[in-house]
Design a protein around this ligand. Structure first.
Ligand SMILES: [Zn+2]
Length: 340
């Protein structure tokens, strides 16, 4: 089969890879219907994260079950499925508590690489959620968004304790931040302040539910949020970047007693204990347990309540994967959808 492989920073290619096969009786093989490039794929692409030899890429996916292992009892070949970037058994104590991304048997899908024609999905019954019927083609981008960016933005909003009447600030105008705006709207936020200095992203943020745009970042951005909230700060802040500046911007935008939901993959973030102590904010985040939210998100998409697929502003055939990465790296595209 063909699949994307990162050879070195800036060098991603569509190579011939081994066809995946059932390795454990709990595996399934899916034919990928759509996949995409994640903001986190850009860390190794930019050389900020080490590239460990030629590495298969991609961890977001929707597809059709081709083959199911002997111990797969819930899923059937032919079903359309959505999965998350962590395989999980969905039965252990951690999964049952809703933290499937930290399942005791978790496996990172990025190591398998879903920017490909086919993929092996470990722990298929726990990892994958089937749609009730074969979805109309128009829903595929939104279902793909549920696989990571929507699920992650949703978790960030839940971790930030978004609820009706709350004021929410969102740090990060990538796909996760933008869908954090959508999640905040769906969870009833009264006011949603999006940090963005890019006109096209500001526009999309407003379409997804942002009521205010702040173009300043860092401490100036946090000060602007305080100005907009009577000097108090937001009740709920979503952090969707993962840098020192963005994390401090999030904490400093939050009022005492408020909540920060952080989902940007942390890169060299160090929190000052004294400031954290006196901030009196709740911090909760990490790799989003997308699997927890998938049944609800699939339902909201298929009933037309939400349309998160609008974050894909570039669609390319899989063989143009290199251009898909380049466009996101140069911020010409918010998010690239790839069609095998
Ligand atoms: Zn588990």
């Amino acid at each position: 089969m063909r699949g994307a492989v990162l050879h070195a920073p800036g060098d991603v290619r569509l190579d011939t890879r081994d066809d995946p096969r059932i390795e454990h009786p709990t595996d399934a093989i899916i034919r990928i219907a759509a996949t995409c490039v994640c903001g986190s794929d850009l860390w190794p692409y930019r050389g900020i994260e080490a590239v460990d030899g030629p590495a298969p890429m991609g961890h977001e996916y929707v597809g059709i079950v081709e083959e199911a292992g002997a111990d797969v009892t819930i899923l059937k070949p032919g079903q359309f499925v959505v999965g998350s970037f962590f395989a999980s058994d969905n039965t252990c104590e951690i999964c049952q508590a809703g933290y499937q991304s930290r399942c005791v048997h978790a496996e990172l899908m990025g190591a398998i690489g879903t920017q490909a024609e086919y993929a092996r999905i470990p722990l298929a019954d726990g990892t994958l959620v089937a749609t009730p019927a074969m979805p109309d083609q128009k829903f595929v981008p939104s279902l793909l968004a549920a696989s990571d960016v929507l699920g992650t933005g949703w978790f960030a909003a839940v971790a930030a304790a978004v609820a009706p009447g709350k004021t929410v600030a969102v740090v990060g105008d990538g796909a996760v931040g933008l869908l954090g705006v959508l999640a905040a709207r769906e969870l009833g936020a009264e006011r949603i302040i999006a940090f963005s200095r890019h006109e096209s992203r500001q526009k999309l943020a407003r379409e997804l539910g942002a009521t205010d745009i702040v173009t300043e970042r860092g401490d100036d951005g946090a000060a602007r949020v305080k100005d907009l909230t009577g000097g108090l700060g937001a009740h709920c802040v979503i952090e969707a970047v993962g840098t020192q500046e963005s994390m401090m911007q999030a904490i400093r935008s939050t009022r005492p007693g408020g909540h920060v939901g952080y989902v940007g993959v942390s890169h060299d973030v160090t929190l000052p204990g004294d400031e954290l102590f006196f901030s009196a904010v709740h911090l909760h985040g990490g790799p989003a347990p997308v699997r927890r939210f998938l049944p609800d998100l699939i339902d909201r998409i298929l009933t037309g309540a939400i349309d998160p697929g609008t974050v894909f502003d570039l669609t390319l055939p899989l063989d143009q994967v290199a251009e898909g990465y380049k466009a996101m790296d140069e911020r010409r595209a918010i998010k690239t959808l790839l069609q095998p």
